[in-house]
Design a protein around this ligand. Structure first.
Ligand SMILES: C[S@@+](CC[C@H](N)C(=O)[O-])C[C@H]1O[C@@H](n2cnc3c(N)ncnc32)[C@H](O)[C@@H]1O
Length: 293
């Protein structure tokens, strides 16, 4: 909500680009608080407000390449991700300017740009109401926009380490939350016998090259090695169509020098750490037989 002085009153000379008249409304609540609603391009509407005039901004902009809202100047249908980020940033420059120093911004933004397990979805089977015409991703035939699925193991999600069905008192305890990908979350189900990521020590799990299979490290006590193996089995970390395939993709692009070691370190740190630990950062190309390509 803006402080009174910050809001351009409807009788003010409108700044260029600001929608007024039929696209602006104002009134007063029963408690005497003035409200104004403006419809228009977000960065242009915000440009009319004074610096530091708002306590709070709540916004839910379109996600990239998901829907066509059929409005001029809409965000989300840019050709590239960079252009999309630029469009959001342009609005955020204005948001930053109009927010007070101790103001709060709630930005609801998803990294969804792709769905249907790699297939374009001509229909939204879940809800017709959620469809706003043909999505750009549909028009392009899904993968045609040149973006492949983000990963092989599903989106990031939050997991209850102690299953909430069996431990309802732990359902809202931060200490019980773990970040996990959706595929592994569904494989863990209600298992309580896998290792807690918070307790796993570097070097317990190893990657065998060139097979890319995950194995318990040699030399661990038998009990621990068995728990590591159980975790590998339950989560199917060597399943070829998901986890293994993901490792293979990263190793391949690294060996072919399409990504740097720093990139590997940030995107697939377990693989990168294993290459360091096993002293294979350079020789991996020969081991994986990519050196002659
Ligand atoms: C995800 S929806 C938000 C829906 C809204 N939170 C609601 O509950 O109705 C995104 C909205 O942003 C609008 N939009 C797209 N580009 C815009 C722009 N440049 N300036 C202002 N709004 C824009 C779309 O028309 C759409 O209504």
């Amino acid at each position: 909500m803006a402080e009174h002085g910050g809001i351009p009153s409807l009788s003010d000379e409108p700044k260029e680009g600001v929608v007024t008249g039929p696209n602006a409304w104002y009134g007063r609540t029963s408690q005497g608080i003035d409200w104004h609603v403006y419809l228009g391009n977000a960065s242009q509407v915000l440009a009319a407000f004074n610096d530091k005039s708002f306590h709070c901004v709540v916004t839910s902009p379109p996600y990239y390449n998901l829907r066509d809202y059929n409005v001029e100047g809409q965000i989300g249908v840019e050709e590239t991700v960079q252009e999309y980020v630029n469009a959001i940033a342009e609005v955020m420059d204005q948001v930053y300017r109009v927010l007070k120093q101790d103001g709060v911004l709630f930005l609801n933004i998803g990294d969804t740009y792709y769905s249907g397990k790699g297939e374009a979805q001509g229909k939204d089977r879940k809800s017709k109401k959620r469809r706003f015409g043909l999505r750009p991703v549909d028009k392009s035939g899904g993968v045609g926009i040149g973006i492949r699925p983000k990963n092989d193991t599903g989106a990031d999600t939050v997991e209850h380490f102690l299953p909430k069905d069996r431990h309802p008192q732990q359902a809202y305890e931060w200490i019980n939350y773990r970040l996990v990908c959706a595929t592994l979350n569904s494989r863990k189900k209600t298992h309580e016998d896998i290792l807690d990521p918070f307790h796993i020590k570097n070097g317990w799990f190893t990657i065998d090259f060139p097979s890319l299979f995950i194995k318990p490290a040699k030399g661990l006590n038998e009990d621990l090695a068995q728990r590591i193996q159980l975790t590998i089995d339950i989560l199917r970390l060597n399943d070829e169509s998901t986890c293994w395939q993901s490792r293979e993709r990263y190793i391949k692009v690294y060996c072919l020098r399409q990504i740097t070691f720093d990139h590997l370190l940030s995107e697939a740190p377990f693989i990168a750490f294993e290459l360091i630990r096993q002293n294979l950062v350079e020789s991996i190309r020969e081991i994986m037989a990519y050196s002659s390509i």
